[in-house]
Design a protein around this ligand. Sequence first.
Ligand code: FE2
Length: 245
Amino acid sequence: MKTGLCDIHNHILYGLDDGSKSLEMSLNMARTAYDNGTRTIIATPHFNPTVWNRNKDDILARFEEVKKAVMAEFRDMRMFSGCEVFWHDRLTPRDYEEKRIPTLAGSRYVLFEFMPLAEFSKIRSAVLTTVEHGYIPIVAHIERFACLVEKPDRVYELSDHGAYLQVNAESIDGRAGRGIQKFIKKLMKDRMIDFVGTDAHADTGDRTMEMQDAYRWVAKKIGAEYADRIFIENPECIINDIYLD
Ligand SMILES: [Fe+2]
């Protein structure tokens, strides 16, 4: 089993969004992660003040509580605080300037999500605005946006504009269907995917903290060097707040 994997997108913190429902469930999720070789977790609850109304202090307090419980069981698991930021039209340049947009592990990287049927122009504008303000955008689970799956060339365009791209582990290993897996495989052949997350919302069901199968699939179909890059090395660039190579 490959160890040292990093999950940059999950809802392991309980009681903040539609993710984990209790401390026990959060711990179960950490156990699955550990059994899958994951040794770094960036916890990313939804940040969408119009729906969840959580502020940064609530999130940080919950993060510290869950981290303490996880570390008591797994001393070599690293945990960092982050958010999955829902992009909406009311985000203004002042939100960036006054640092109201939560980032990953205190870095300049921001993980953004959109509505599944978001128009491409909206995703592009989020990327451009974020880059313009000195932050580094990561587009969460790109395989879930119809405008990108229908026209994969747009993924290349987002990358040209400075976006990094994340896909979900379940979409890589085939749990989300062959069509999605094919879409991802083509992008991986061009080294377009930068990060993997589980987007786990619970300790059972479709999206759990499982990553090992996805790692193996990438290592086998694309190459071990690339698998190491997107599961291990690129996430380290977030933690060190440096650009990817
Ligand atoms: Fe998510």
